[in-house]
Design a protein around this ligand. Structure first.
Ligand code: PLP
Length: 442
């Protein structure tokens, strides 16, 4: 046994070795080229082999490879903090740097707790999440997540934090206009908080636009207007998880911005270094930061590699690439990719094709009328993934009909810099893969 990937997956065909990568292309040890239509789960936002990154790493390693952030800072860390404060919406001006999306969520959970303790409300502890969501693999982040498949085995180790339904307009059963439905869905939070007692609830966590929960779900803006009102009225902190959808994926710098909502804490990851180094951040709003600063008990949290100078130097270089021009191109490329999928509008296994910026979610259903999901054992999304890979395109499958929360889906999220030829190749491969599985399903 060499490297441990995943055991028990049963159908896992193995992990092809990637020996080279450039732009939106992966090259295997056998010399095969694969178009990267997932950017490694929406990480490699700026494409593979990005110029300047290796130099930034080498320069930083030769200068200062490591110091403990318990006692020191570095120009790279200070620069990243300043750039994040300038880029992120509202008064999210303090950056707490960690190493992964899960850690950014863990920090947010503990910051919310510290904030309430500092304000003299120590009974506030619960973090409300949503079913079908994913906020990370660590036990705190998983307790706040509602992805039952990822939770099952670990349930006994998870805090029993309450959940509301997902922001999933395709499967909402509320009455009225899209706006009325959005308000009704958000008010699930209000009912839950009242029932449980606001004095027990510390925070609400959600992906503003679905990424790893249900890809490319974006509710009517009234949903987050209402969520913001409820959080403020009942004293909860609103934690936005933009680990996957932040940094331009939605065609704006951050999904919150497009939805007109400002969180109290914002978790960022993946795109922060565009995949070139492990680094993530929890952005803290001024009001929260000031309360924590006034408190005589310091925030007891940190990891050995928090604020690692080499990762920070990479992020510092990467952040300069997130420009208004890139975000405009993201919107254009997203529309183009969506156009290539038009033949699927009539596919009998496709329930909905959703797009936000350059992220597309294709939801598969056994019955388009009733929206009945496939039996999870049919592995529909995984079979489409396999067929697309055979066609030379790497996509990201997910979901499985978990308690009816989310049907099988396929996510497309190529690098934000993807070119037109790659977009056409992705469309062709995915359409053919879906048609193949639809034929197999009869
Ligand atoms: N939050 C979201 C929305 C994610 O998509 C992910 C990872 O996919 C995480 C948190 C966890 O991030 P990481 O895998 O870097 O720990």
């Amino acid at each position: 046994m060499g490297v441990f990937y995943k055991w028990g997956a049963g159908r896992d065909p193995g992990h092809p070795e990637i020996v080279d990568a450039h732009g939106s292309t992966l090259v295997t040890a056998d010399g095969d080229e694969i178009v990267d239509a997932a950017a490694g789960a929406a990480v490699v936002n700026l494409g593979h082999s990005l110029e300047g990154v290796a130099d930034a790493m080498a320069e930083q390693a030769e200068r200062v490879g490591y110091v403990s952030t318990s006692h020191f800072s570095t120009p790279a860390v200070e620069s990243v903090g300043g750039k994040l404060a300038a880029m992120t919406p509202g008064s999210l001006n303090a950056a707490f740097l960690v190493n992964s999306g899960s850690e950014a969520i863990e920090a947010a959970i503990k910051l919310a707790r510290d904030y309430h303790v500092a304000r003299g409300e120590p009974t506030r502890e619960a973090v409300v999440g949503r079913w079908a969501s994913y906020h990370g693999a660590t036990l705190g982040a998983l307790a706040a997540s509602g992805n039952t498949a990822r939770r099952t085995t670990y349930e006994p180790s998870l805090r029993d934090w309450p959940k509301i339904g997902p922001a999933y307009p395709y499967r909402w059963e509320y009455e009225g206009s899209p706006e009325e439905q959005a308000v009704a869905a958000a008010r699930e939070l209000e009912r839950l908080v009242r029932r449980r007692g606001p004095e027990t609830v510390a925070a609400f966590v959600a992906e503003p636009v679905g990424g790893s929960s249900i890809p490319a779900t974006r509710p009517h803006p009234a949903y987050y207007r209402e969520i913001r009102r409820i959080c403020s009225e009942y004293g909860l902190l609103f934690v936005a998880d933009e680990v996957m959808v932040g940094f331009g994926r939605t065609g704006e710098s951050f999904a919150c911005e497009g939805l007109g909502v400002t969180p109290d804490l914002l978790a960022l990851g993946k795109g922060l270094s565009a995949g070139y180094a492990p680094i993530s951040a929890t952005m803290v709003a001024d009001g929260v930061a000031e309360t924590l600063e006034d408190h005589d008990h310091p925030f007891q949290h940190g990891h050995t590699y928090s604020g690692n100078p080499i990762s920070a130097a990479v992020a510092d270089r990467v952040l300069d690439r997130y420009t208004a021009d890139l975000f405009a191109a993201v919107r254009r490329r997203g529309r183009r990719l969506e156009t290539t999928l038009e033949p699927l509008a009539r596919s009998r296994i496709v329930g909905e094709i959703r797009r936000v910026g350059l992220q597309i979610g294709i939801e598969f259903v056994a019955d388009r009328e009733t929206k009945a999901p496939f039996d999870p054992d049919a592995d529909v999304a995984d079979r489409v993934y396999d067929a697309a890979l055979e066609n030379g395109v790497y996509t990201y499958p997910g979901g499985g009909s978990v308690d009816g929360q989310a049907g099988d889906h396929l996510m497309l999220a190529p690098p934000l810099t993807v070119d037109d030829d790659a977009i056409e190749a992705i469309g062709e491969a995915v359409v053919s893969a879906v048609n193949r599985v639809a034929d197999e399903e009869g």
